[in-house]
Design a protein around this ligand. Sequence first.
Ligand code: GLY
Length: 314
Amino acid sequence: MSNQIQPKLIIHGGAGSSLKGKGGLDAVRQALHEIVAEVYQLLLEGKSATEAVIKGCQLLEDNPRFNAGTGSVLQSDGQIRMSASLMDGEKQRFSGVINVSRVKNPINLAQTLQNQEDRVLSDYGSLELLRELKYSIYDPLTDLRLHEWIEERKENFTRKMAGVVAESSENARRGTIGVVALDTQGRISAGTSTGGKGLERIGRVSDSAMPAGNYANFQAGVSCTGIGEDIIDECLAAKVVIRATDGLSLAEAMEKSIKEASVNKRDLGAIALDCHGKIVWGKTSEVLLAAYHNGKNIGDCLEWDDDKLINISE
Ligand code: GLY
């Protein structure tokens, strides 16, 4: 017991525009805090970082407020295609599915693939895996997402749709969920899941099932949200983790990487923690819907000073 360390946890429900005045802030805060409390309890009970990340991703995928699993946005052809990945930092092993449909929790497929020879599957392979696992067919479509898509179709898809949360948003396409955990044995894992940008071309591939959007090793773990193309161009998650591994502190690694993203006019956010228990988050987007447990209390980053690119939990 004495060798055990204090577990840490950070989760996100996407990035986006301001929630103020849209009735969204309190509801998002409550949803995120409840999930943090439930998942942190698992870490206290001795569950591994990977187990905690999977549970956290499932809870976020099941909440229709967030753009992953149930409540995923529709693509240009009116279909839902989801992507998810899991990175076990202790094993430094990545697994994921790209553009999968008709499954409740895409993160479960990523979990299954952790121990297989072929660890990242695209649409066809993911469907085969679903069949193999005999998962029940599940339709993640919600009335709200269908309504948004129909409204967009009326305008011939000229307006933006698909807010990151269930409240409407004019500045959207950045929804994702993610979890990064440090367990009592000092192991780190990261998981990320998304319904994509919404209205994208068929076959578009999200950052959420790439090391650019989700990465971890023995030193640190990162999950990203925002415009997938921007995250891929910055290779954000892997870059922050590698910088932290090569000698920068996690805060320095995040700050340097977010500053570069800002110069490049990217629209993104990232959550991170390291093996020393530091919790850090950064963003170039207006809002990052993230909450954490630092071992003492639950906090969040829903209302932070817009001038700052990064922040550190106390
Ligand atoms: N970051 C989620 C996506 O662009 O698909």
